[in-house]
Write a protein that binds this ligand. Structure first.
Ligand code: TXA
Ligand code: MG
Length: 338
């Protein structure tokens, strides 16, 4: 822990959590990140609520702090294109775009790179279980310094509570999230004040998923073809998540709110008291902690699905805190398939 092992981040008061982004403060922030805590930091667009993207418990805390009722995939921030290429597959045109606009307010949605490198992968929760990853290289010197001193990819949504407007000043972050972050790095007012442009470059043609600080004209100038605004309702591959009923379902059928488990079923458990079972079991949180359950949800679904069972019995997950987002995802996974 920075300076004092005694101080727990959430015990600080609102004003106390804002720190001028000096070299010293950035080092402290990097240590908080490494220890799995949340740090808010300025980017050239808006302030981000950052956590180590390879640490699913830390990423779960982002969702908990934002009080989002569902798991939206997050943008992963890295220091440069070569760091980005450790986590995503970059086509030649994606590389061209990155070279043109990075560092800067462009987010590229690319296919996740299959685990190959020696470093920890970006956790499934960061991209809400999607096979794609939204990546960007921020230009803000404080964001860059934090990325370099932490040496981690940083998952960071805008640092506001869900439904509120994005924060363009450290004070805005404190108003929304003061007691939820270890530290807020103050880098003054953000330059653009609107979020990054999000471009999906996983297909043949780049598709605009969110207009932002880089204009469509600027993008078209580089890709040399018209860029379609995504209508978001792709039937094949939902890029704006949550739009398909059975988005990202495992192969096995899910049986929700199960109180029993058949011999040929797997059990997705929660808590201390489990029904008798003879098949594979994954307990999301023996202690009944919804943050831990969220951190383990996607790994659990994948692992149980990989056992080849036809059905997964899912115990009831309480609705408090991240329970709402977990239940939202489970309901989608259990929805009728096409
Ligand atoms: O300027 C920004 O982009 C700021 C700063 C902090 O970098 N971040 C930001 O994050 O606006 P957030 O979480 O508020 O918005 C991220 C958007 C969401 O709408 C999400 O659905 C989309 O990115 N997104 C993330 N991963 C995606 C993916 N794999 N495919 C499609 N959309 C994705
Ligand atoms: Mg946002």
């Amino acid at each position: 822990m920075p300076n004092s092992g005694e101080i727990k981040p959430h015990e600080q008061d609102a004003a106390g959590s804002i720190h001028q982004a000096t070299d010293h403060a950035i080092l402290d922030a990097a240590r908080y990140i490494a220890a799995g805590h949340l740090v808010a930091f300025p980017t050239e667009t808006v302030y981000g609520l950052g956590a180590d993207a390879s640490n699913s418990m830390a990423v779960a805390q982002i969702f908990d702090a934002k009080e989002r009722p569902r798991f939206n995939p997050l943008i992963v921030h890295v220091a440069n294109l070569s760091a980005a290429r450790r986590y995503g597959e970059f086509s030649p045109s994606a590389i061209e775009l990155a070279n043109a606009f990075w560092p800067g307010p462009l987010t590229l949605v690319v296919h996740r790179r299959a685990g190959s490198t020696d470093e920890p992968a970006v956790c499934d929760l960061a991209s809400a279980g999607l096979p794609t990853l939204a990546i960007r290289v921020p230009a803000h010197p404080v964001a860059q310094a934090l990325l370099r001193s932490s040496g981690r990819p940083l998952a960071a949504p805008s640092a506001n509570r869900s439904g509120h407007v994005s924060a363009t000043l450290a004070r805005h972050v404190a108003d929304d999230l003061a007691n939820r972050v270890a530290m807020i790095l103050d880098g003054g007012a953000t330059l653009h004040g609107i979020e990054s442009t999000i471009l999906d470059v996983t297909g043949h043609q780049a598709r605009l998923l969110r207009p932002g600080a880089i204009s469509r004209d600027q993008l078209e100038h580089i890709v040399k073809q018209p860029i379609e605004m995504s209508n978001g309702v792709s039937t094949e591959r939902p890029s704006a998540p949550g739009q398909l009923q059975s988005h990202y379902a495992p192969r096995a059928l899910l049986r929700l709110n199960a109180t029993t488990c058949a011999p040929d079923e797997a059990l997705l458990a929660f808590g201390m008291i489990l029904p008798p079972t003879s098949g594979p079991v994954f307990n999301l949180s023996p202690s009944g902690d919804v943050i831990e359950a969220a951190a383990r949800l996607f790994a659990a679904l994948r692992q149980l699905d990989d056992t080849g069972v036809a059905s997964i019995a899912v115990m009831t997950i309480p609705m408090h805190g991240l329970g709402e987002a977990i239940n939202d995802r489970l309901r989608r996974a259990a929805a009728p398939r096409r």
